[in-house]
Every structure is written in structure tokens, then in C-alpha cells.
Design a protein around this ligand. Structure first.
Ligand code: BGC
Ligand code: NOJ
Length: 811
């Protein structure tokens, strides 16, 4: 069942009912100012950091669900309604929400009045623009009252939800004409404030929530709107809001436009603070002047669209499969941008106050983003690396605003260091910018402890090399990619938090998954060493990698698949000998991506086992059988009911690993079958089962053991975005950036047909024309580069050449 449809020409998903199974959201903003916005106008805004600089208030866990946002009430006679249906939920004669790239549009209609709302964050200004157009489609004149509504958050979102004894006395606003300034915290010498304004004279306003709503009422029936009369309230403490009333007369056929702006401002840091509660209005004024007229707003909107057109032109495929085209050219790349921006901080499932930027998460997000804006990827790499400790381990998370590592979580996830190598290798291949390796980067967020980025990579590898267990496999520490496989958590008391107790690293618990990473990214490290002339170091690294390869064959193979781990008592995890959890997805994917077992014939066996034991129609499960009871030696993984999350859920993130692994052994049909199972566009028509947004990936789909098999959770912020893009663009369609240039080696399903692909790379544009007359799944006979025949898969780079026309002859 569908609740809307894709509009590919406009790069939009069109939602045709407010009654989606869950709020279906979008992200506005791509640099500093961000908003989350649902298909019923719920959501919130923040500047850079959803925890520390939250501009508007949102209530997670609220009832009704998703009932705070930026709302416009239309009072037309006795009927009161909102263009996005919420919060009044008055039934509308027409409703539509279009989520596009960095913007959302709403169309509501009631009793001959149409309201069109366009919400977006311009590319270069810290504000959200809401352009509201009202049109009278009836034959009679209309006198209506329009009320706006946003509720301010008192900046620090955690404090805002907890410290009421203080907060209820700190709120301050200032009202000048049509503009409401929110200046809480200004008095204490923070230099930020926000404002909400409209480009028209107002007939009233409210800044006190209780006055506007009326005590005992909700935002579904504010008293001021019901009575058609703002209270002109001035908030002093309590709950500051911004609401404007505008009375509008519309002749039949007449249309009026209003531009509402929510802006964020900072005053100069060296401000003298002579009158501490008097905010300097100039920055706000600048923003208001910039978007005072509809034409300016339209120009900013055109600029936003051009921005996205340019970004997406860097990778574009035209195949015969509309799902592939749509995901590769629009939604998958879009989600990569969002995950890059948000890491795991703010979504409808991440509260914005919790996880911030994840070390392993952001390193992986970068893999799907680096081709879009390499300069931002560069900056991110340096930020992430600065949260590494001198011994090569790393803070597991850091705060986006302060860029300080999170001390509560600390370190000890032993896969983290290797992800840094993954990110840097991807960046180097994309850009050829070896200078990044010479950048001085802090350790432990302290510049006094800085060293070059290359040194950081060296420490990453050294940490892994020197933390091996009895089977010469990497020690797992607190967990590896699977946060819930806590093999050293045997000391956890019932009810204690899994990740903050227990020894961070036991002497023996080992991870075969990290071993796969070690081989893959150890090879990358050795290659980077070679590229910068450190031959000796490359040799040492290579030797260590070769030993690890052997260790996996010796102690990491279970007979039909790769083992998952050894626990703290050196017992096998993910073996046919286990009672439950006999086979896990992660090592099958990553060991084979690393090439382990390919020439030994183990890869095919392992992947066949995955198909036989882990596959479902909705995707591949993490492990089987699911854990039916809690295991002290395994930790959080067994705390979930069977089929959910890490306990045998379908983690979308590592499905592409298996798909990529299938391309490693050349099975294009199976690789694509796996791709399709979790691909949003392919499963749009089971939206009533899947429930999350059909245009983006979710973190998890309930596995076979769950009552709600097929139901997805945690949409948007997942490494799935990056890994599926890597899978589709590099493994299936086969265009890979390498140190020496772009290589192409598709691995496609039979019947996929010919396709063309445009790829921007290091300042040049590559036009690939892939011909597959014999319908093979893999194999390139030769390339023709601008008419010249070339052997191998890499397009040779010619200095100064701006365009490459490459015909790829598969055979
Ligand atoms: C979740 C994991 C997540 C972790 C983060 C766990 O409860 O199951 O998916 O990575 O929390 O701390
Ligand atoms: C979500 C976390 O953000 C990610 O880091 C982790 O790898 C997966 N959960 C699996 O546990």
C-alpha cells in the first residue's frame, strides 16, 4: 500500500495523506542551520548542534505523536485549520505534502480557500523561510485570520527538558513591529538569539504560550485562535513562543503571500555587553532585508535547487531500471548528505541530545558523501581524527558544536581506529589530496598533543596491530561495529547500562569482523604508506595484514561460514557449535570484501550459508537463531526480543556488505537481489508494513523472529545510506575512485541492459557508456577512451583534460 508517490522530475516524494503510518520527515538545511519537518509540519530547528543550540522546542514521546512544529492556523469563519493538517487535524478538502531536496511544500484546502506553504533553509543564511500563499478559490470574498505559532526552546535541549525550577524564570522576548526576538540566555553573555518575523504588518501577537493557548488547552485548539484575537502577551519567564495574527481579506480569486522567517543570530564575540539584555538587531535586520519580498525568496529557492542540481550532477546514472535511477540520482545521495550532516544526532528517533557525532558512524557516512563536497569531507576527517587518543583508540562520540569527545561514553570500541583509515583512504582516492596527511591534528582534542594526520593513521593501525587476542585476532574491546555484542560485559549487573560498565577490554574476547576490517583497511594503510614513499612501513604493515589473513583462516573459519568472535572465556560466538547465534552476517560481509577466503573457495560457501540461513524477503538478518534469552557473556545483543535491532533484526547497514561481497565473487544476480530487498523505492508499495519513509533507508527492519516482521525503525540516520551508495555506485554499477584514476567494473544482474553514467572526478567529467551485448554479469573486455582502446579497468588520467568519453565493453 502506498501513501504517496515519487515525482522524479521534481525530485520529490509526494505524500497524499496526513495519515502516514509514522511521521514522514524531511531535513531542511545543509550547513549550519537545520530543521526537521514532518509531513504534518511537525519538527524543530537548531543551529549546528541539536543539543546545545536548539531553537525551537520539540517533545519526543509526545501524545499526540509529532505535535509540535511551526504551525499556521487559518480561521475562516467557524472553521480553523492548518495547511499541513496538524495540530488541529481539521479534515481538509485537499492535502498534499511534497518533500524535496532541502525543502518541503504543503498544500491544504478548505471551503474554497487554498494555502500553500513552502519551507526551506537558504544555502547561505542561517534561517528557515516559510512562504505561505493564501488563495480564495470561492465566489465570495473571505475575511480570515491567520495565526502563526512556534515555541522556543531555551537553547540547551537537555536543560530545557529538565531544569524547570530555573528555566521557568529565564525566558525573555522582545517585540518590535512584526518581529519577535527570543533572547533568553543573552543576559548571561551568550551571544546568540533568534527571531521570528513576517513581512507584513500584524494585527496582534503572542509570546506567552499559556496566554495564546489558554491553560488546559493544547496547540490543537488555542483560545486566541478560537476567539480570533491575539492576547498581545509578553512572555516573562515560563514558555516563550512567537505567534503573529494577520487579518486577511481576499476577494474571489485573490491571492496573498506572506514570508515568515525563523532566524538565528550571533553578535560579535568581542561585544562589550554593556546592557546585557539588549540584543544588537543588525544581524537579524540583515536577514530580514534579504528575504523581505517574495521575489527574493523565490530567488533563494531557485538557488537551493541549483545547489542540489549541481551536487547531484557529480554522479548520475541512466539505466533501464527506474528504481536504480531514482535512488542513485536523488534519494540515496540526498540521504548521504543528511547522514553526513547529522551523524547520529537528530532525527525522529535520535533526540538530538544523545549521540552527537559518532566516530565510526561519521567515518562511514563520509564514504557516501566524499564525492559530493570533498572540502567538507576533508574538514570532517580532521575533526574526527582530533578525537583520537594518542594510543590510536578514539572517543566513540563527539559533540558537533564543541567538537569535544564525549567523556561519558569514552572509548574502547576496537573497530573505531580502523574506520579512520577507511575514511582517509576514500578521501585520498577521490581527491588525490595527499597534503591532508601533513595536516597537524590534535590528539584527545588537545592541540598541544597534535601530530600529522598520517601519524594518526599510523596509530590507528598500530592500535589494531598491538591489541590481539589468543587466536591472534583483534581484541573486540567494548564492542565492534555491533554495539551490542558486549563480550567483555560479564560483570554487568542486571539493569546496569551496557556500555558504561564492565571492563573496556578483556584479555581474550576477539572479533573476526574486526579482523576483516584489519585486512581491508590494513591493506589500505600499507598502500597509503607506499604512495607517500614509506616503503619500509608499508612492508611491516603488509606483513601484519598477511598474518591476520592467515589468523582468520586458522581460527576464524567455522566450516561453512566465518565465525563471529570469541567471548571473554575464549568460547566461539557465531559457530554451528553454539546453541543460538550460530551464524552472523558481519564477518561474512567484511572478510570477503577484504578478499579473505576468495581464492580458497570459502567466500562462496559463506555467502551460500548467508542465503540459506539469514535471508528473508525483507532483507538479510544479523544472525540466526535469534537469542531467546539473556546471555551474560554476550551483553546487550541478547537484551532485545528476538528479531529486533541487534538481536537478529535486519540491519540495513550490513546488507550492502553482503551485496558487495557477492560482487567480489561475481554473482551479479544475487548482489542485485539483495540490493532490491531493502531499497526504499523497490519496497514503496509495502509502506503499510514497512511504515517508515519510502524514500530513505531505515536502520533496522524487524527480522523473521519478530511479531512485526518487515516493520522498519530508525529511519534516516544510518550508515546504510553511505554503504548502499558505495554498493550501488562502486560495486554494482562499478565506478570506483582509485589512487590512479576512475576504474570501472560493473557487476550487474542479467537483463540489466546497457547504461550510461556521468561522474565528476578531480575536476574532470567522465561520461561512461556501458555496452553489454552478451548480457554478462561481470567482466570488462576493454575500454575505449575518446576513441582509443585501453586495457584494464582504469581510465588513464591526462593532465588538464576536462572530459573523458569512455565506452565500456562488457564481455
Ligand atoms: C542500539 C545500537 C546503538 C547503540 C548506541 C544500542 O542500544 O541497539 O544500535 O548503536 O545503542 O549506543
Ligand atoms: C547504530 C550505531 O550508530 C552504529 O555505530 C552501530 O554500528 C550500529 N548501531 C550497530 O550496532
Amino acid at each position: 500500500m502506498n501513501f504517496g508517490h515519487f515525482d522524479d522530475a521534481n525530485k520529490e516524494y509526494v505524500i497524499t495523506t496526513p495519515d502516514t503510518p509514522l511521521p514522514w520527515i524531511n531535513y531542511l538545511g545543509s550547513q549550519d542551520f537545520f530543521s526537521l519537518i514532518s509531513n504534518t509540519c511537525g519538527g524543530y530547528s537548531f543551529y549546528k548542534d541539536a543539543k546545545l543550540l536548539r531553537i525551537t522546542r520539540y517533545r519526543y514521546n509526545n501524545i499526540p505523536v509529532d505535535s509540535n512544529g511551526k504551525y499556521y492556523y487559518i480561521k475562516d469563519g467557524d472553521s480553523i485549520w492548518n495547511p499541513g493538517a496538524m495540530p488541529t487535524r481539521t479534515s481538509l478538502d485537499a492535502y498534499e505534502c511534497r518533500h524535496g531536496l532541502g525543502y518541503s511544500r504543503f498544500h491544504g484546502e478548505k471551503n474554497g480557500l487554498a494555502a500553500d506553504l513552502l519551507a526551506f533553509v537558504p544555502v547561505d543564511t542561517p534561517c528557515e523561510i516559510n512562504k505561505l500563499t493564501l488563495k480564495n478559490n470561492s465566489d465570495a470574498a473571505k475575511e480570515i485570520s491567520l495565526f502563526s505559532y512556534v515555541e522556543f526552546c531555551l537553547w540547551n535541549a537537555v536543560d530545557d527538558m529538565t531544569n524547570y525550577q530555573r528555566n521557568l524564570s529565564t525566558g525573555e522576548v522582545e517585540i518590535i513591529g512584526s518581529t519577535i526576538y527570543h533572547k533568553t540566555e543573552y543576559r548571561e553573555r551568550r551571544n546568540h538569539y533568534s527571531f521570528f518575523t513576517v513581512n507584513a504588518p500584524v494585527d496582534g501577537f503572542d509570546t506567552s504560550r499559556d496566554d495564546f493557548l489558554g491553560l488546559g488547552r493544547g496547540n490543537n485548539n488555542p483560545i486566541a485562535v478560537e476567539e480570533g484575537k491575539s492576547r498581545n502577551s509578553v512572555a516573562s519567564g515560563w514558555y516563550p513562543i512567537a505567534s503573529q495574527q494577520i487579518n486577511v481579506t481576499l476577494a474571489p480569486g485573490e491571492e496573498k503571500e506572506f514570508v515568515f522567517l525563523l532566524g538565528y543570530c550571533e553578535n560579535p564575540k568581542d561585544d562589550k555587553w554593556e546592557a546585557p539584555n539588549v540584543i544588537k538587531k543588525d544581524p537579524a535586520k540583515k536577514i530580514m532585508e534579504k528575504f523581505a519580498a517574495s521575489q527574493q525568496v523565490d530567488a533563494a529557492f531557485a538557488q537551493l535547487n541549483a545547489y542540489w542540481d549541481e551536487l547531484l550532477s557529480r554522479y548520475h546514472v541512466e539505466s533501464q531500471d527506474p528504481h536504480v535511477n531514482r535512488m542513485a540520482n536523488i534519494w540515496n545521495q540526498y540521504q548521504c548528505m543528511v547522514t553526513f550532516n547529522m551523524s547520529r544526532s537528530a532525527s525522529y528517533y535520535e533526540s538530538g541530545t544523545g549521540r552527537g557525532m559518532g566516530f565510526r558512524d561519521s567515518c562511514q557516512d563520509l564514504l557516501g558523501f566524499v564525492h559530493l563536497i570533498p572540502e567538507r569531507a576533508r574538514e570532517r576527517i580532521l575533526d574526527i581524527a582530533a578525537t583520537q587518543f594518542e594510543d590510536g583508540s578514539a572517543y566513540h562520540q563527539y559533540q558537533p558544536l564543541t567538537k569535544q569527545g564525549n567523556l561519558d561514553i569514552g572509548s574502547g570500541f576496537n573497530d573505531d581506529p580502523l574506520w579512520l583509515i577507511a575514511a582517509v583512504a576514500a578521501y585520498l582516492k577521490e581527491t588525490g589530496d595527499y597534503a591532508i596527511l601533513d595536516e597537524m591534528v590534535a590528539f584527545d582534542c588537545h592541540m598541544e598533543k597534535a601530530a600529522t594526520l598520517f601519524e594518526h593513521l599510523r596509530r590507528s593501525f598500530e592500535y589494531s596491530r598491538t591489541h590481539l587476542g589468543p587466536h591472534k585476532l583483534p581484541l573486540i574491546g567494548r564492542a565492534d561495529w555491533n554495539d551490542c555484542l558486549n563480550l567483555n560485559c560479564f560483570s554487568n549487573e542486571p539493569g546496569e547500562s551496557f556500555q558504561t560498565t564492565g571492563p573496556s577490554e578483556g584479555p581474550v574476547a576477539e572479533s573476526v569482523f574486526i579482523a576483516g576490517m584489519y585486512v581491508k583497511y590494513g591493506n589500505e594503510f600499507a598502500e597509503i604508506c607506499r604512495r607517500v614513499g614509506k616503503e619500509k612501513e608499508a612492508e611491516i604493515a603488509q606483513k601484519a595484514v598477511d598474518e591476520m589473513y592467515q589468523a582468520v583462516l586458522d581460527a576464524g573459519w567455522d566450516g561453512e561460514w566465518f565465525l563471529r568472535a570469541y567471548d571473554a572465556a575464549s568460547q566461539k560466538v557465531g559457530s554451528h557449535e553454539c546453541e543460538e547465534g550460530q551464524i552472523f552476517i558481519e564477518p561474512q560481509g567484511f572478510c570477503i570484501i577484504a578478499g579473505i577466503g576468495v581464492k580458497e573457495g570459502l567466500a562462496k560457501k559463506a555467502l551460500d550459508s548467508v542465503k540459506e540461513r539469514l535471508d528473508t524477503k525483507y532483507g538479510i538478518m544479523l544472525h540466526q537463531p535469534a537469542y531467546t534469552r539473556y546471555y551474560l557473556n554476550l551483553g546487550e545483543i541478547s537484551s532485545y526480543p528476538p528479531g529486533y535491532k541487534e538481536n537478529a533484526g535486519i540491519f540495513c547497514h550490513n546488507n550492502p556488505w553482503i551485496s558487495i561481497a557477492e560482487t567480489v565473487i561475481g554473482r551479479g544476480n544475487r548482489a542485485f537481489e539483495i540490493y532490491k530487498k531493502t531499497c526504499p523505492s523497490y519496497i514503496e508499495n509495502i509502506s503499510e508494513i514497512h511504515r517508515t519513509e519510502p524514500y530513505v533507508y531505515s536502520q533496522m527492519i524487524a527480522g523473521r523472529d519478530a511479531a512485526r516482521h518487515g516493520e522498519a525503525k530508525n529511519s534516516w540516520l544510518t550508515g546504510t545510506a553511505a554503504w548502499t551508495f558505495v554498493n550501488l555506485s562502486q560495486a554494482i554499477l562499478g565506478v570506483q575512485p582509485t589512487y590512479d584514476g576512475l576504474s570501472i567494473d560493473p557487476c550487474i544482474p542479467e537483463g540489466f541492459g546497457d547504461f550510461t553514467l556521468t561522474r565528476r572526478f578531480r575536476g574532470a567529467t567522465y561520461y561512461f557508456d556501458v555496452k553489454n551485448p552478451n548480457n554478462v554479469v561481470k567482466g570488462v573486455a576493454y575500454l575505449e577512451v575518446d576513441g582509443k582502446q585501453v586495457k584494464g579497468n582504469v581510465v588513464p588520467v591526462e593532465d588538464g583534460k576536462k572530459e573523458y568519453h569512455v565506452t565500456v565493453h562488457m564481455a
